[in-house]
Write a protein that binds this ligand. Sequence first.
Ligand SMILES: Nc1ncnc2c1ncn2[C@@H]1O[C@H](COP(=O)(O)OP(=O)(O)O)[C@@H](O)[C@H]1O
Ligand SMILES: [Mg+2]
Length: 134
Amino acid sequence: MSEETRILIRSEYDIVTARQQVRELCMTLHFSSGEQTLVATCVSELARNIVEYAGSGEIITGLTRNTDEEGIVIIAEDKGPGIPNIELAMKDGYSTSKGLGLGLPGSKRIMDEFAIVSKTGKGTTVTVKKWKKP
Ligand SMILES: Nc1ncnc2c1ncn2[C@@H]1O[C@H](COP(=O)(O)OP(=O)(O)O)[C@@H](O)[C@H]1O
Ligand SMILES: [Mg+2]
C-alpha cells in the first residue's frame, strides 16, 4: 500500500475526516464523482460501525495496485466485541441496533473487493478495495 494514512475513529467528526481522506485518494486516481461518492459512502458506513459497535478504532486508507490496475484500499479495524455471526451480519436489513442493516452488505456491493475478519471479544477488520476502471 502507498500513500498510507491512519485515522483514529472515535466520533462523528472522525468519520468526516475519513470521508475527506478517501475523497482525496479518489481524486488522485481520477475516479468519477459518482465513484467518489460510492467509496465515501462505504468508508462512512465502516467508520460509523466502529463508533457504534466498538467505540473506537482505526481507518487506514491507501493506494494499491495489481498487474494492470490501480485502486483504493480501505481497512477498518477495531478491537471491539466482534461479530458473532458474519453470515447474518452480511444480510440486508440485519441490525442489532435498529439501524437499516445495509452498511456491511451495501459496502460489499459498492466495492470491488470485500473481506471481513472478526473474532468475538477480539475485534473486527474489514478490508475493501475499489479498482480504477481503465
Ligand atoms: N465493527 C463492528 N463491530 C461489531 N459488530 C459490528 C461491527 N460492524 C457491524 N457489526 C454488526 O453487524 C450488524 C450489521 O451492520 P450494518 O450492515 O452496518 O448495519 P447497521 O449498522 O445498520 O446495524 C450490526 O448491527 C452489528 O451487529
Ligand atoms: Mg452500520
